[in-house]
Every structure is written in C-alpha cells, then in structure tokens.
Design a protein around this ligand. Structure first.
Ligand SMILES: [Zn+2]
Length: 127
C-alpha cells in the first residue's frame, strides 16, 4: 500500500465518525504536515440541535472540521489534505472537495489535496 493509499484509508476511517444519515454521505478528511498526522475531520450533519438541515450549507464539511481541529500550524506548503468517502455498496465514492473547502484549504496553507474521483480513482489537486 502506498503512502497516499494509507493516508486516504485514514481519511476513510475518519468518515465513520460522521453523523450523516446515510453511509454514502459520510465524508472523512486527514490533514498531514509532512509525515505527521495533524488532525482528522468528518462531516458534521447536525451542527445545531434545532437545525433541520433543510439547506445544503448547514452541515460542516470534513475538510473544514480537520482544519478547525488541528492544534499545530506549520509552514505554508507542507500541509496535505486527504479526503475519502465510501458509497452504500462499499466502493469508494467521489470525495472531491467543494469550492468552499478548496478556498479554506488555500487560506490555511494546504499545498495539495488527494481525493477519489467518481470512478474511485485517486486524484491530486495542487493549490
Ligand atoms: Zn466542502
């Protein structure tokens, strides 16, 4: 297993902590600084007890949570984000970060993001 595969596996394991109502909606993210795991993120479906999640942007995305949970800051360019999602049938689903998460990663100094495309193929995005 390559380093990228194993780090995506860490991100996928983080998706287990999501409170999304269906497996296919659970996203996980792992933020690394060089060889070091800084934080894990998973999408938070219920961000407030009174939220009915009727809109798209009321949940917190996994990448955003990973950025919020880190307790260490490093040089711009050393940070790498890994994002993973599993479909209901157990295959790997598309985990391409949304435009907002890409923006947040850029602001935080993340240099690249690894994720799965619609066919479960690993993709790299340089920021
Ligand atoms: Zn997002």
């Amino acid at each position: 297993m390559s380093q990228i595969d194993s780090r995506l596996a860490v991100a996928l394991a983080a998706s287990d902590m999501s409170d999304a109502p269906r497996i296919g909606l659970c996203m996980g993210a792992a933020l690394y600084s060089g060889p070091r795991l800084l934080s894990l993120g998973y999408n938070r479906w219920h961000t407030h007890p009174e939220s009915d999640n009727s809109g798209y942007n009321v949940s917190l995305h996994a990448e955003h949570v990973a950025l919020l949970r880190r307790r260490h800051y490093d040089r711009r360019g050393r940070l790498t984000m890994y994002v993973a999602r599993q479909r209901e049938d157990g295959s790997l689903g598309c985990s391409k970060p949304c435009a907002n998460c890409v923006r947040l990663c850029k602001i935080a100094g993340v240099a690249r993001i690894w994720f799965y495309d619609y066919n479960g193929k690993i993709e790299e995005m340089s920021l």
